[in-house]
Write a new protein. Structure first.
Lengths: 149, 56
């Protein structure tokens, strides 16, 4: 894997990952959480991502860090997906940003790292016309589902 | 549910990522709970791609 990522750590369960963004605004702790969930009798994991608020210890999903490292952060999130699905190869991972703009960032991140992702993962996007489709670059999606090949 | 999934964990490739006890469990964080609930609502309404349900 050749993604340009931050180094990240995993919790004992491999459901929680943490890394540190480092840029002009300083160091910011980022958390990626894979939450087990069930819809219609089907188990999957929801990818959640946000900044750790050092004062509250809670996640702040709408924080805007502006640390000029967007691509590296997206690549790091992608790397955690690859790591997580290596440990849980039979599960699906769902991802949707907190805002349409953030969902678009996931799309940009998948596209930018497609050469690393495509050989390993089935990636589907939910299109505006209400259907899941295999991921294609330059298409806007509302949400994503991935699974190990 | 998780225990069943844990049994299926891949043993083929050891991870290069270190597990760290200082990475806490964020399963009870309100943000992640809310996000997971929202995902369930979306998937119960819109379903899953059939292709993923039939793949191993």
């Amino acid at each position: 894997m050749n993604l340009n990522t931050y180094k990240f750590l995993a919790s004992d369960t491999f459901l929680d990952f943490e890394f540190e963004s480092n840029g002009p605004k300083g160091k910011v702790r980022k958390i990626v959480r894979y939450s087990p969930q069930n819809a219609g009798g089907i188990t999957y994991f929801n990818l959640g991502f946000g900044d750790l608020n050092p004062k509250t210890g809670k996640i702040d999903d709408l924080a805007i860090t502006n640390n000029q490292d967007r691509e590296k952060i997206l690549a790091t999130i992608a790397a955690t997906v690859l790591e997580f699905t290596q440990h849980f190869p039979d599960v699906m991972v769902y991802a949707k940003g907190s805002t349409p703009a953030r969902t678009r960032l996931y799309q940009i991140g998948i596209s930018a790292n497609w050469s690393e992702i495509e050989p390993l993962l089935h990636v589907f996007g939910y299109e505006q016309n209400n259907s899941w489709q295999p991921f294609r670059k330059n298409v806007n999606y509302q949400a994503f589902l991935v699974k190990r090949k | 549910m998780l225990s069943e999934i844990n049994k299926k964990q891949s043993k083929s490739k050891p991870s290069k990522i270190k597990k760290a006890k200082k990475v806490k469990d964020y399963g009870n964080d309100p943000f992640f709970i809310k996000k997971a609930e929202e995902s369930r609502a979306f998937l119960e309404k819109n379903g899953f791609p059939k292709e993923l349900l039939t793949k191993k």
